[in-house]
Write a protein that binds this ligand. Sequence first.
Ligand code: TPP
Ligand code: SF4
Ligand code: MG
Length: 352
Amino acid sequence: MTVKTLPEFPVKKGEPAYKLWIFDPGWKGEIPLTFNLRQLAEQKRSVLLPGHRLCAGCAAPIVVKLASFAFRGPTIVVNATGCLEVASTIFPYTSWAVPWIHVAFENAAAVAGGVESAIKALKKTGRLPYDHVDVVVFAGDGGTFDIGFQALSGMAERGHDVLYILYDNEAYMNTGIQRSGGTPQFAATTTSPAGEVVPGKTQPKKPIADIMVAHRIPYVATGTPAHWMDFMKKVRRGIEVNGPAFIHALSDCNRGWRHETDISVEIMRRAVDTCYFPLWEWTPEQGYVLTDRSLTIARNPSLKQPIEKYIEVQGRFRHLLKPENRELLKQFQEYVDKVWEDLLRRASNAPR
Ligand SMILES: Cc1ncc(C[n+]2csc(CCOP(=O)(O)OP(=O)(O)O)c2C)c(N)n1
Ligand code: SF4
Ligand SMILES: [Mg+2]
């Protein structure tokens, strides 16, 4: 295997600069580099190429693109049925620049476990010319919280070396915005419409990342594409651990969340600023650790924004802002506060 070195990226005066390791399939270690996001995008090829038919402003391709900047390669992607799969592989075309497999809606994790087992067998018999191959699943909330959960739990329990990335747009978007186990309470969907009978979905969101923590796998984390450096670091850790890793990425969907196409990143930022979607990672050694903006808020609670800041820009929550629904809004705030306080109690780096 050849070890390649990558060029230093000259960061122009006045442009934001970041430090990160950068990786190459032939490189066995980490190369610290100073760069900015534009340069990274120019230098590092995404596994998802332009030309796909995901909606303008959709966060799912941003999740994939950022994640792939952190892959070691070579990479095999397993994709559950959903917007990302349907809109990226319209026959006879594909946007995937790596080996990619789609089987049924419910079994992405089982298939990834099979792929990983095959890689192990090929290695054992000396038929694989790589030290490692990244096996990565991308699956939506319907394919993860609900129909694919059994396969995911089994893959985790058997200990397959797979990184599972959930892009959570909080409903079955591809088939017309039906509620899922990942849809938050009070969100209007086509199967939980807000009206005189129900105020949107009546049940709270399933705590999927905590459920994966309960599996005691080597790595679990949450992230958003708005907090891109935090997200890329977590993807890299998930790839590097030996065994199953799970990353829960919030993934804005302007069609289902009902907003203009140019504010997706801002909305995901607000999800974290209001503590609706806290950023953390969990390992068996360290337990829960707050990261990025959520750690900043934990250290300075006055930065925590009220939940209205998150919902006021999304049509799916519009009914909560009506005066007659003030009580529901209060309930939503209390729920968010309780989950945040529970996390602060568990997080080893939260101020005491
Ligand atoms: C067994 C099975 N049931 C139903 C479907 C129809 N179906 C395809 S995609 C989808 C929704 C996927 O939702 P999610 O996983 O959240 O991904 P998203 O479309 O939101 O990205 C459904 C219900 C299917 N393909 N297979
Ligand atoms: S419907 Fe939503 S998740 Fe699907 S491609 Fe459009 S914006 Fe993305
Ligand atoms: Mg979905």
